[in-house]
Design a protein around this ligand. Structure first.
Ligand code: BGC
Length: 486
């Protein structure tokens, strides 16, 4: 790695480098009593929808190995670490708190602190207890009280040990993957239920943020935020497009990127969204006093998960008469555009476009008042990574280049364009289970041998260690695509 002494290539003092994972994806369940989760339900319904039939029970088992794992991760030089709490392990039923799970999280967090890792925790990362799902989950606004109760318990037990607490990880993803696609529970296509569940999620977030700001903030040095996946939409190739394509990109951004983020960060819904929901007869049920709670949202930071951009064009479906509730409403306004010149991660079908970080930076500065932010997830998932293995080490130079190129744009935004960004987390440290994809695509900088549970550094772990040590970008790498096999 070439050290670059140019000041603009150096990271700010106290910049937080880290890795992220989540409870359901890394902990395993065997050693815990727990409520089964929405993911267990999907597995019970149909195992074969999970890659190689591997469900949520097979993880890297960090709940047993956290001592060694955190010390291994800390040896890379990172200074922060994120995971989430498992609601289903903590509340095994509506009224039953599991002392073993509480003890586990105390030990786990203490170990992060012992390793000098700033503690980033998330209240919810895609997993829900079955008892909550059975009551209607986020579709039933009355259920918000359960999420608040869970959050209060977390704050009272662990608040003094946590540095950054997020209410949700990517709250819009379970909506579009669960109600406009068949990747998350409940695997239906239903526009009305989608917006109702989105609204219920926003209400849960707001109740917690209100409680935190009123009752909790003064007592402890902990910050509250939310983590969002932002995949800005471009009209076609972003050069040759029509006004209709541009309109399609605007609507895509309104629904996919801003609908929930506006409410969760700014406390209100945009006029464009309100007109859209009224026009489409998709306004969720709500109470006026809930809107007051939402309006009081005040966050200390947001996390941004960025993997890929979206490309859209004007819609291809033209339907006469009323829109069918069981066709995703976005298809009325947009359709996916596949650009043949895009640089693709073929394992995932995701385009690689680091320059979007500067588009996101602009969104944060203009739409969200340059709220303090960090990149909470960025990374690349590759199938059959052992094809890149030489002398027992995965030579994942594509991952090093991917991280370096994204960091390069990010650094420019921080140093030149005043983005208020305090950190960068890689998804992920040790390879972990990834929902329906299970272990198809590996994201870690540390390889997990699924059979032996052995952890082996990939090239990127050594490389990241050097980058952190130098505190600046690596100038010696080629472009990402030159490292990827076809
Ligand atoms: C999610 C992770 C997931 C990753 C890779 C992110 O959107 O937060 O849970 O594993 O993408 O697919």
């Amino acid at each position: 790695m070439t050290k670059n002494n140019n000041k603009n290539n150096q990271f700010p003092i106290n910049f937080l480098f880290g890795v992220a994972t989540s409870a359901e994806q890394s902990e395993g369940k065997i050693s815990f009593p727990h409520s089964i989760t929405n993911w267990d339900l999907l597995y019970q319904q149909n195992k074969s929808q999970f890659f190689n039939n591997i469900g949520p029970n097979i993880t890297n088992n960090i709940s047993v190995k956290y001592k060694e794992d955190l010390s291994t991760l800390a040896s890379i030089g990172i200074n922060s670490y994120r995971t989430s709490f498992s609601w289903a392990k903590i509340f095994t039923s509506e009224n039953c708190i599991n002392k073993d799970a509480i003890d586990f999280y105390h030990n786990y967090i203490d170990e992060m602190i012992k390793n000098n890792l700033k503690v980033f925790m998330c209240l919810n990362h895609f997993d829900l207890p079955k008892w909550f799902v059975d009551k209607g989950g986020f579709e039933n606004s009355d259920n918000a009280k359960y999420f608040l109760e869970f959050s209060k318990l977390i704050l009272n037990e662990f608040g003094h040990k946590i540095n950054y607490l997020s209410t949700f990880n990517e709250p819009s993803v379970p909506i579009y993957c669960g109600y406009w696609g068949k990747y998350h529970f409940p695997q239906v296509i239903d526009n009305k239920r989608a917006f109702q569940a989105a609204y219920g999620t926003i209400l849960c977030h707001s109740l917690v943020v209100n409680y935190f700001n009123k009752e909790y903030k003064k007592i402890n040095d902990i910050k509250i935020g939310v983590i969002f996946s932002i995949a800005p939409a471009l009209p076609k190739d972003n050069f040759n497009y029509s006004m209709e394509d541009e309109k399609a990109a605007e609507i895509y951004n309104l629904i996919h990127n801003y609908a929930m983020l506006d409410a969760m960060v700014k406390g209100h819904f945009s006029n464009e969204l309100i007109s859209f929901l009224n026009k489409e007869n998709l306004m969720p049920l709500f109470q006026d006093d809930e809107l007051k709670i939402i309006s009081q949202n005040k966050l200390d930071f947001i996390g941004i998960n960025y993997y890929f951009p979206s490309r859209v064009k004007a819609p291809t479906i033209i339907l006469d008469g009323a829109w069918d509730n069981h066709i995703p409403i976005l298809e009325k306004y947009t359709s996916v555009y596949n650009w043949d010149k895009a640089i693709m991660n073929k394992s995932r079908g995701w385009e690689i476009l680091p320059s979007m970080i500067s588009v996101i930076s602009n969104i944060i500065k203009t739409r969200y008042d340059n709220i303090p932010c960090y990149i909470s997830e960025n990374g690349i998932g590759i199938e059959n990574e052992y094809n890149y293995k030489k002398d027992n080490i995965i030579e994942d130079w594509y991952r090093c280049a991917f991280i370096n190129e994204h960091l390069s744009v990010l650094l420019n935004e921080i140093n030149q364009n005043k983005l208020n960004c305090f950190g960068y987390h890689i998804w992920t440290g040790i390879d972990c289970w990834s929902w329906l994809n299970a272990y198809k695509n590996r994201y870690g900088i540390i390889e997990l041998n699924l059979l032996t549970e052995e952890r082996i550094f990939k090239r990127s772990a050594y490389w990241f260690k050097q980058l952190i040590k130098n505190n600046c970008l690596d100038d010696s790498l080629n472009r990402i695509e030159t490292y990827l096999n076809d």
